[in-house]
Every structure is written in C-alpha cells, then in structure tokens.
Design a protein around this ligand. Structure first.
Ligand code: NAP
Length: 278
C-alpha cells in the first residue's frame, strides 16, 4: 500500500511553526512586511494573490497589496519596485507572474533587491543556490524538499529524476536535491528514451506542465513520486502531471493534486519572508 504525502497537513504544520516564530520576533520588536504586486486582473493570479494575503494574515505578517491596472508601463512598475527596495519597512517583494506581455518579466525580477526577493528568482539568489551559499530559494522546489523530509523519505544517495528544467521548478529542484546528496538526472523535451531514465528513479519529480503525462509505465515499482503539475481536466477538476490512478499503486509514496505540492508553495513563501528578518 502506498503512502499519500499530505501537502495540506504538512503546509499547515509549517505555517503554525512560522506563526510562533513571528510572535517571538514581534516580541523582540521585529515586524515583517511583504509587498505583493499584481498587474492586471488575471483571475488565476487574483486567487494566488488572495491566498498569499490570507497566509500572511494567519502567520502575522503585514501584507501591502499593489493592484495595478493592466496598462501599467514597465517603467512605472520598475519605479515601484525600486521604491519598495529602498523602503526599510518592507522585507519582501513579490511580483505576481505572469505579467502582461508588454512588460519584460526578467527585467522586473532582476530589479527586485536580492535581499527582498522572497520568490528566489533573482540571478543572485539562483547563483547562491548553485554555489551552496545563503539566499532565497524558489518556493515550490523548497516545499518539495520539506514534503520529502517530513514524510520520512531519504534523499541522500537516492537516484532523483526531475522531468522539467524551468527556472522556477526544474532547475532549482535539481540543485536542491543535489544539495541533499541525491544523485540527480534532469530530463526535458529533448531527452531520449525518457521512460528508461524515469524507471531508474527512486524519487521522480514530474514538472512537465502536461496533464497526466506520467503513468505507471514511467515508474520503478516502489518509487516516490512528486507531482508538481496543476491543470484543469475535461470536467474542470484539478489534476496534475501524473496520472494518479494508474501511477499510485506502483509507488511507495505519492503526492495528490490537489493537496500535494500546491499548498507547500505558499507555506515556503511565508518561510522565506520570516527568514528575511531572522
Ligand atoms: P514549464 O516552464 O512549461 O516547463 C516544463 C518543462 O517540461 C520544460 O523544461 C520542458 O522541456 C519539459 N517538457 C515538456 N514536454 C516534455 C516532454 N514531452 N518530455 C520531457 N520533458 C518535457 O513549466 P513549469 O513552470 O516548470 O511548471 C511545471 C508544472 O508545474 C506546470 O503544470 C505548472 O502549472 C506547475 N507548477 C505548479 C506550482 C505549484 O505551486 N504547485 C508552481 C509552479 C508550477 P524544455 O525545457 O525542453 O522545453
């Protein structure tokens, strides 16, 4: 029988731990403040931003919301980011992605001060992860490491296969698994004989962005499978990059969608905000 890795429960544990830390920090006179910027009114982004504000309120972090119109220019957005960089009251800055097409996302990300880049996307923080020094790490992969550790999954010495090499999931995920002494293989759209590789994985991370892409034929019997994908299926229900029904019986542990990786991303954003003050 396989274990279902419960991201809802683990993320709640983390948020409760952080709430205690924030109370202690406040007692020392240290307040935490996160600035959240949204440009336009994409419904999915509004849901994510709303959830981030709710998590801040739960933990005791102040959140400043900047809801800018769709037609905001890149210069206007960069000016706001620079102003928040220089505001001592603000500890973290988050710009909700995706941005409207007329704004260069990378220019915005690189303008956020690395010390306030709680999403961990700035080149300085990515570089820090590469060389193993301190810095903010992208929240989704950071959350996956917590899911594994808090579910008793050993990473050290294990063959970890990551499908996907994006800057926000696949690449930082691979670096974090390496930092935990996993033996890491990264697969992508040009990988040949993908299944031959994934079938060697003790821990398989699916960050492909394709609904139900990974089924039982990708999995070694007893592997641990982490599903990063979020999609709506034909019945408008959430599903992941893994075909859960087919894959789960062949795993020793697996994350569901919803209730697996998703809730961890916000919990780790809160973790990064608290670390910015600690
Ligand atoms: P992405 O930028 O689209 O990257 C997808 C990766 O999968 C790319 O590296 C791509 O390879 C690779 N790929 C595509 N087709 C493939 C194939 N047939 N075989 C092997 N590799 C293939 O997506 P992402 O931003 O990393 O996100 C991945 C998934 O996670 C999405 O479903 C996204 O919605 C979800 N997500 C969830 C959270 C969360 O909080 N749970 C957070 C972020 C993302 P190439 O590089 O060669 O194109």
């Amino acid at each position: 029988m396989y274990q279902i890795i419960d991201g809802k429960k683990i993320s709640q544990e983390i948020k409760d731990e952080l709430r205690e830390k924030v109370t202690a920090l406040k007692a020392e006179g240290k307040d935490i403040c996160l600035a959240v910027i949204q440009v336009g009114s994409d419904p999915a982004s509004s849901v994510y931003v709303g959830n981030k504000k709710k998590a801040c309120a739960y933990i005791g972090i102040e959140s400043l919301a900047y809801e800018l119109p769709e037609e905001t220019t890149q210069d206007e957005l960069l000016a706001l980011v620079r102003r928040l960089n220089g505001d001592d009251k603000v500890n973290g800055i988050l710009v909700q992605l995706p941005l409207p097409k007329h704004i260069d996302e990378n220019a915005v990300i690189q303008t956020i001060s690395p010390e306030k880049d709680v999403d961990g996307f700035n080149e300085k923080n990515v570089g820090a992860l590469c060389v193993g020094s301190k810095g903010f790490v992208s929240c989704t992969p950071l959350g996956i490491i917590q899911l594994l550790k808090r579910s008793g999954v050993e990473i050290s010495g294990k063959h970890c296969v990551v499908i996907g090499r994006s800057n926000i999931v696949g690449k930082p995920m691979s670096l974090l698994l390496l930092r935990e002494n996993g033996t890491v293989t990264i697969c992508h759209s040009r990988t040949q004989n993908l299944k031959e590789i994934t079938k060697q994985a003790d821990i398989l991370i699916a960050a492909v962005g394709k609904p139900k892409f990974v089924d039982d034929t990708f999995i070694k019997e007893g592997a641990v499978v982490i599903d990063v994908g979020i999609h709506r299926n034909e019945n408008n229900k959430l599903c992941g990059d893994v075909d859960f029904e087919k894959a789960a019986p062949h795993t020793s542990a697996i994350t569901p969608v919803p209730g697996g990786v998703g809730p961890m991303t916000i919990a780790m954003l809160m973790y990064n905000c608290v670390s910015s003050v600690e």
